[in-house]
Ligand binder design. Structure first.
Ligand code: PEP
Length: 252
């Protein structure tokens, strides 16, 4: 179940402009030089306004680029202000984050997310599907039932495991400088893998990342969780130094 090379996926959120290409370029150079990293597993999910530009500007690509959401309608339609999976794919996205709690909190339901996941997979995008409980859910002891439902109500039985990465992001850990206890996180990561395998009659375990308040100083704490497949990094991925230090410190 373990994997030597971990994913390090940056979620830039609402950050960045053309000048921020220097951050992408530095991370790309780092990925080229460091033999410890698997280049296919370093991903930066940037705003839609930048994906095409960065994709063209990055002549030699040692990292992958992605975006942070897509509309549920796969191609074109009367959806003012929205961007579809096919448009993002054509602009150079290889990955898309779906179900981030910042979007769920604005009304995205499991049913809507199911359509988004299907659209993205039809367009051959790799989906980073976020799941996780709120602080209130945790206090009520609902963590396991919430994440089980988020998976069951959104993912298809015949989901292509090669195209989906699950990201466990407890809502209370995002941008809060709080992280779960390592032994509890270990149990949850294993629960997600086993629940997925059982419910989706999958032959293999899915890839599962952790995300929430990761930085260069706390990343090493997660190294004892063998089953973890990598990390989704929010705020700290907006700095090339912090993002690179996270990767370096993990392997130290
Ligand atoms: C995120 O937004 O996916 C995230 C993990 O944020 P942060 O690292 O800033 O907590």
């Amino acid at each position: 179940m373990t994997n030597k090379f971990k994913y390090f996926i940056g979620n830039w959120k609402m950050f960045g402009d053309i000048g921020s290409f220097k951050i992408v370029s530095k991370i790309n150079q780092y990925a080229y030089k460091d033999k410890k990293v698997n280049k296919k597993k370093i991903v930066l999910c940037v705003p839609n306004t930048l994906i095409h530009f960065y994709n063209k500007k990055l002549k030699k690509k040692y990292i992958s680029l992605g975006v942070q959401n897509c509309h549920s309608n796969e191609k074109y339609g009367s959806f003012t202000g929205s961007v579809s999976a096919s448009m993002l794919k054509k602009a150079g996205a290889q990955h898309v984050i779906i179900g981030h709690s910042e979007n769920r909190s604005e009304g995205e339901t499991n049913q809507l997310l199911k359509k988004k996941v299907n659209s993205a997979i039809n367009q051959k995008l790799n989906v980073i599907f976020c799941i996780g409980e709120t602080h209130k859910d945790k206090k009520l002891g609902k963590t396991f039932s919430i994440i089980r439902n988020q998976m069951k109500e959104t993912l298809n039985k015949q989901i292509n495991l090669k195209k989906i990465i699950l990201a466990y992001e407890p809502v209370w850990a995002i941008g809060s400088n709080k992280i779960p206890k390592i032994n509890e996180l270990n149990i949850i990561i294993n629960f997600i893998k086993k629940t997925f395998k059982k419910n989706f009659k999958s032959k293999k375990y899915p890839k599962v990342l952790y995300g929430g308040s990761i930085g260069p100083k706390n990343i090493k704490l997660f190294a004892s969780i063998n089953e973890i497949d990598g990390f989704l990094v929010g705020g700290a991925s907006q700095s090339s130094k912090k993002f690179i230090d996270i990767i370096k410190n993990y392997y130290k």
